[in-house]
Design a protein around this ligand. Structure first.
Ligand code: HEM
Length: 356
């Protein structure tokens, strides 16, 4: 969707659901689901599957009101299968097109078959989103779909935005929140295995601030500067979107003497920023000290959530998830690798030290 009044309406809805204050209200869901995750990890070492369950449960509950409903469950599974297909296939093609727009002029039938497939997929996805929204409206539980339907009905009619389009927008929130957060949490495990001394240090901080008699809570965050530095470094060390999401200029512009025409693709080299040796010493190393040393501000915004008007609207919700899951995993478990192979990871229960 190009930038314009229509886009702004959708964005306003996102921001109303996802601003810092609203995100604070979703902590209850994240608290409950992260407790479940910790319990589940007692009987499995498949961290990816458990984390996927955490992120998809949180999003399903917020967007559609519930998870333990067979009808909505199978609809959501369909959405996720399609999202994975798009992530694996169409995302590659669209990035190539952003980099080499001339390819878009190739005969569609022979060279751009994926485009027809993507359009078909889009239609199918839209149908599923509309069905999920209908189920969510019948749910006895509060959810974003109801909130949007109730508050924005008049505005959407005013802007001539159809309910199908609104359902699509809400469905995109559901998908956007699952795989992104899961990927960062997988990187967290990699960091713990590859740099165990950093996990040790975060655990010592948790032990002294939280103690052994209760799980870490959201309110503990401002008293955990090292853990915050750990989160900052995690987002810098392995950005899940190394070249960001390509943006396009809405009007002609000029930058450092270069004339940039309207519609030109602008790519923010997130990887380049994060690996800049003039800013970060040994940037390839995972080293939270680089933030901790400068007196890490626990309220500092995490990097890796995009730029400008299109920056990630789910930032606050995601930041809360990253904090609570990582704090609780470190508090409860020692994370180690059986063998030098990083994919073979063992999660051991640990005994948090008594509070001094
Ligand atoms: C750790 C988790 C997450 C990371 C690292 C992340 C990162 C990003 C990035 C890099 C972008 C592109 C921004 C740009 O174009 O400059 C983005 C866009 C977006 N994110 Fe996230 N995100 C995360 C979680 C979430 C969550 C939880 C939600 C929803 C609740 C969400 C919803 C979205 C949406 C809807 C967009 C598209 C915004 C637009 O095009 O205007 N994200 N995210």
């Amino acid at each position: 969707m190009p930038y314009g009044e229509r886009w702004r309406v959708h964005r306003r809805v996102y921001m109303q659901l996802l601003n810092a204050q609203a995100a604070g209200m979703y902590r209850r869901v994240q608290d409950m689901r992260s407790r479940q995750l910790v319990v589940e990890m007692l009987s499995t070492d498949d961290f990816s599957a458990s984390v996927y369950r955490y992120t998809s449960d949180v999003m399903a509950e917020l967007v559609y009101g519930q998870r333990e409903n067979n009808k909505i469950q199978s609809q959501l599974d369909q959405i996720n299968e399609r999202a994975m297909f798009i992530l694996k296939n169409a995302a590659f093609h669209t990035t190539i097109l952003d980099l080499f727009p001339a390819l878009d002029y190739l005969p569609a039938k022979r060279f751009m078959l994926w485009r027809t497939q993507a359009a078909h997929l889009h239609e199918q996805t839209k149908e599923v989103y509309v069905e999920c929204a209908a189920t969510a409206l019948e749910s006895p539980v509060w959810n974003w779909t109801k909130e949007v339907r109730h508050d924005h009905h008049a505005r959407f009619e005013l802007e001539k935005i159809s309910w199908e389009e609104v359902c699509y927008s809400i469905g995109e929130l559901y998908v956007a929140g699952i795989h992104t957060t899961k990927m960062v949490l997988e990187n967290f495990i990699t960091a713990c295995v590859a740099y165990p001394q950093t996990a040790d240090k975060a655990q010592k901080e948790l032990d002294s601030v939280v103690g052994s008699s209760r799980l870490p809570r959201f309110e503990d965050r401002e008293r955990l500067p090292y853990l915050n530095a750990f989160l900052m470094e995690l987002m810098r060390w392995k950005p899940i979107s190394p070249i960001g999401v390509p943006h396009a200029l809405v009007h002609d512009d000029e930058y450092m003497g270069f004339n940039l025409p309207r519609n030109a693709t602008v790519i923010a080299n997130q990887w380049g920023f994060n690996m800049d040796q003039e800013v970060f010493v040994s940037p390839e190393e995972f080293n939270p000290e680089r933030y901790a040393e400068h007196g890490s501000d626990t309220g500092e915004r995490l990097p890796g959530f995009g730029f400008g008007r299109r920056a990630c609207p789910g930032y606050h919700l995601a930041s809360q998830s990253l904090f609570i899951v990582i704090a609780r995993m470190l508090w409860a478990f020692s994370i180690d690798s059986f063998t030098p192979r990083i994919s073979n990871i063992e999660v051991l229960i640990r005994q948090p030290a008594l509070q001094k």
